[in-house]
Structures are given as structure tokens and as C-alpha cells.
Design a protein around this ligand. Structure first.
Ligand code: NAD
Length: 323
């Protein structure tokens, strides 16, 4: 059975999905919508789909089984709710939004409609991240150290805090999510953000250029995440999970895993394409009518968003905020 898909948004991440979905045998992209008509036409031509007249017209249950929502977080309106009401299964990119109230309303709509739902926390699909999750079961972590340092997204929306939620909300959200996925729920957060470079380099930008976040977990572990989106000579990401009797480190957005303990000192680099794994899992879920293969659903993705919101609130209040 082929799974008929619509795609809303034809920008950078939509192209990654289109490339991955070409390799998913069951997947058939039938229609695409983007405000940029030329972009939509090019994308549609590359996969043999039609260009829809509007996002609303694309969300037609007679034509599609599921939709990939790949527009930025500020531009999603009530697309998830419309899809849910029409019984169309939803894949939506991370982060789920910019504030929790609206996202919670969408979560309720998705849950009550009973549609399958998947969120683009793609790094969960690496076999290395799965191995890390298995290894950490039952282990006592006392310290978590994470960072993500690198460049900025080139699109103008990305440098506007009210459209992207900054580097922490848009990019570092992957590291925030990975920590939750591997070590359980966050409890409290404190944070500071700076604009030391961006205020002169890019005066129209409203996002911070660096952040330093400290947190505690429900388990009792504590940790830090530091981040920069303006670093030309040093980039990368890493999360270290430290216990008295083990050390586990994920680098390269989870692609490379190191585990050291009394019996081993191993480093493994994944050969997988996590976008393919993620998209294949969603398409298989739709074909099977069961979400078992999906590693991050809408309610789960909303918990990751809660951390970003709490971190910005903590910075503003100069205090500690419950996640
Ligand atoms: N999972 C990941 O690793 C990953 C990677 C990159 C981006 N993303 C997420 O994907 C989303 C899009 O990012 P991107 O890099 O593709 O951005 P982009 O700027 O490259 O593309 C966005 C596209 O959306 C279109 N668009 C904007 N508003 C629209 C609207 N109201 N209706 C229809 N089309 C509209 C634009 O014309 C553009 O083609 C963001 O939420 C981003 O965080 C996720």
C-alpha cells in the first residue's frame, strides 16, 4: 500500500525530507504548498507532485493520508488542528512552536483526533543514540554537560526571537531533547543569554548570540548546556553523561558514541541517515495504522519545548524556573 503525502513548506528541511522520502518505497508525495510559488513548483517537479493552491487545499483527506509540516515555527497557524480534524496524520518539524499554550491546544486536538503524529527530533533515530539509551537504563548519572556551537540559519526569520526562539529554541532544541530522551525529565532551569557580538554584527537581529543554561533533572542529576550561533572557528555539539562508574559521550549531534567503564572503552560512529530512518518510521506507522515505530510524538515534543520556554523565563526573571 502506498502512503500519499502532502508537504507544506518547500525550504531547507522540506528538501531533506523529499530526498529521504524518495528512498522510502511506500511514500508518494502528491502535493506541495509553499508561499514561495517558485520554490513549490521546483520541489513539486523534483518529485512528480502537484502544487496545491493553499495549505488548506492541500489538507484534503481525499488526496493525502499524511502531511509533512515543514514551515518554520512562527508560520504554522492552526495547520496541525485542521489536519487532525480532517483525520490526516501529521509529521511536524521541531520545535513545535514558540509558546506553550497554543502548542498544548494543538496537542489536545491531535490526541483527541487519534491521528498518528511525529515530531522532527530526528537525532533520536541514530542507532548510536538508541545504544546510548539502552546503556543508560538503570545507571546513576550525576552530571550532564552539553554544548552546541556553530553558525546561524541564513533565513531572516531565524534571527528574530519572536519567530524562531533563537538558537536555543531552534537548533539546541535537539540537544535539549536528547538529554530528555536519554536521562529523563528536567526539573528546574536557570539561564543567562548574551548579545555581545550580534548587537553590532547584525543589529537587526533580536536573538542572543550565546547562552549558558544550568538545570536539574527529576532523577537528581544536574547539568549545563552552553551554546553559540556566532562561532566561525569552532563548531560542533556534544553531550557527556557522567556517572561514578561510567562515562558516555555523544558528539556530532549523536552520530558518534563513546562509552567507557570497567569493561569497555568503545567509540562507534553511525552509518545511518537519521532523516531516512525517521521518515521511513512515520510512513510505516501510517501504513500499519500504529505509532509503534515513531520515536517522538507531539506530546513528547511539547515537553522539550517547555524547557526552552522555562530557560528564557528564568533568564528574564534572573531566577530558577520549574520546567
Ligand atoms: N529536524 C531538523 O534537524 C531541522 C533542520 C532544519 C530545520 N528544521 C525546522 O524546519 C522548519 C523550517 O526550517 P527550514 O530550514 O526549512 O527553513 P527555510 O527558511 O529554509 O524554509 C522555510 C520555507 O517555508 C516557507 N514558508 C514560510 N511561511 C510559510 C507559510 N505561512 N506557508 C507556507 N510556506 C511558508 C518559506 O517560503 C520557505 O520555503 C523550522 O521549524 C526549523 O526549525 C528542522
Amino acid at each position: 500500500m502506498s502512503v500519499k503525502l502532502g508537504m507544506i513548506g518547500a525550504g531547507g528541511i522540506a528538501k531533506s525530507h523529499m530526498n529521504a522520502l524518495k528512498k522510502v518505497e511506500r511514500a508518494k508525495i502528491v502535493s506541495i504548498f509553499d508561499l514561495n510559488t517558485e520554490g513549490a513548483e521546483q520541489a513539486a517537479a523534483s518529485v512528480g507532485a502537484k502544487v496545491a493552491e493553499s495549505a488548506d487545499a492541500l489538507l484534503n483527506p481525499a488526496e493525502i493520508d499524511a502531511v509533512f509540516i515543514c514551515v518554520p515555527q512562527f508560520a504554522r497557524g492552526d495547520l496541525e488542528e485542521i489536519a487532525a480534524k480532517r483525520g490526516i496524520h501529521v509529521f511536524v518539524e521541531k520545535p513545535l512552536g514558540l509558546e506553550l499554550e497554543l502548542v498544548a491546544r494543538k496537542e489536545q486536538a491531535v490526541r483527541e483526533a487519534g491521528i498518528l503524529n511525529s515530531v522532527g527530533y530526528v537525532l533520536r533515530y541514530y542507532d548510536t543514540v538508541q545504544k546510548a539509551k539502552q546503556y543508560l537504563q538503570g545507571k546513576t548519572i550525576h552530571l550532564i554537560q552539553g554544548f552546541r556551537i556553530g553558525g546561524s540559519h541564513p533565513a531572516p526569520w531565524w534571527s528574530q526571537q519572536h519567530m524562531s526562539n533563537g538558537n536555543l529554541g531552534d537548533a539546541v532544541t535537539h540537544q535539549i531533547d536528547m538529554i530528555r530522551y536519554l536521562a529523563g525529565e528536567y526539573k528546574e532551569v536557570t539561564a543567562q543569554f548574551g548579545r555581545n557580538t550580534i548587537k553590532t554584527l547584525k543589529p537587526e537581529a533580536t536573538i542572543p548570540d550565546a547562552g549558558a543554561v544550568t538545570f536539574s533533572m527529576e532523577s537528581g542529576a544536574v547539568g549545563t548546556i552552553t551554546e553559540s550561533c556566532l562561532s566561525s572557528f569552532h563548531s560542533g555539539s556534544e553531550i557527556k553523561f557522567i556517572g561514578q562508574d561510567f562515562f558516555l559521550q555523544l558528539t556530532g549531534n549523536g552520530k558518534t558514541l563513546t562509552i567507557i567503564d570497567n569493561t569497555q572503552n568503545v567509540t562507534i560512529t553511525s552509518k545511518q541517515d537519521p532523516v531516512y530512518e525517521q521518515d521511513n518510521a512515520f510512513v510505516e506507522a501510517v501504513a500499519a495504522g500504529s505509532g509503534d515505530s515513531i520515536l517522538c510524538g507531539y506530546a513528547d515534543g511539547m515537553r522539550t519545548l517547555a524547557f526552552t520556554i522555562a530557560a528564557y523565563q528564568a533568564a528574564e526573571e534572573r531566577g530558577t524556573v520549574k520546567v
